[in-house]
Design a protein around this ligand. Structure first.
Ligand SMILES: [Zn+2]
Length: 212
């Protein structure tokens, strides 16, 4: 359980909780533990479990989000030589649509370019939307029947990708938003409980002689 990444305030509170558990154990051994302290110990244990559960949940959501952010594979090609083998990703640029796209350098041609597709699924959804619209419009203007048929066949496939992508993005966005709300609640509770424990700690220190 200790491997779960905790935030600084969570770690501080756990430290305080541990201190309390230890002191409570000592008091219990000497038969001096009051019901009040026992209740406090229980509350501490519950909170500790809650903290770890929250931290695990947070790690899972953020991990899922991170994987989603990296889901797009560019398969970029150099615009000059048309090849990909000498490409090196060298940054990210925002294009005229506000989409983040990867930039590359082709070491063969010694040229730098921005790839024409977004590097993340959120902007990819917008790209697909626009691309489908463009294809639909081209059906009215394309004189070549074969090309028109080709486009007509491609549109449903692209739409299918878009329909599959959208709910995945929406779920992730909702999860991240819910996490942020929960995070605020937890921070508030941690702050309050920490203050409370610190006051109790002072009480406990006067109740029992401090350890040498
Ligand atoms: Zn090249």
């Amino acid at each position: 359980m200790n491997t779960t990444a905790l935030k600084a305030n969570e770690r501080e509170l756990i430290k305080l909780i541990r201190f309390f558990s230890k002191r409570a154990t000592l008091l219990m051994e000497t038969g001096e533990l009051s019901q009040e302290h026992e209740q406090l110990t229980n509350a501490c244990q519950n909170l500790e479990a809650q903290l770890y559960k929250h931290a695990e949940n947070r790690a899972a959501i953020l991990d899922k989000r991170e994987r989603l952010e990296k889901v797009i594979e560019d398969n970029a090609q150099c615009p000059k030589c048309g090849k990909a083998d000498m490409l090196k990703k060298n940054g990210v640029a925002t294009n005229e649509h506000g989409w983040k796209c990867n930039t590359y350098r082709c070491r063969r041609c010694n040229t730098t370019f921005t790839w024409n597709k977004p590097n993340n699924p959120w902007h990819m959804a917008e790209f697909l939307e626009m691309y489908i619209q463009e294809l639909e419009q081209s059906l009215h203007t394309q004189p070549n029947e074969e090309l028109r048929e080709h486009t007509e066949a491609a549109i449903p496939q692209l739409q299918d990708s878009l329909y599959k992508l959208r709910p995945v993005l929406q779920t992730s966005d909702e999860e991240v938003e819910a996490l942020a709300t929960k995070e605020k609640e937890m921070d508030r509770m941690i702050h309050q409980f920490k203050n409370y424990l610190m006051i109790e700690k002072i009480k406990l220190d006067t109740y029992e002689e401090p350890e040498e």
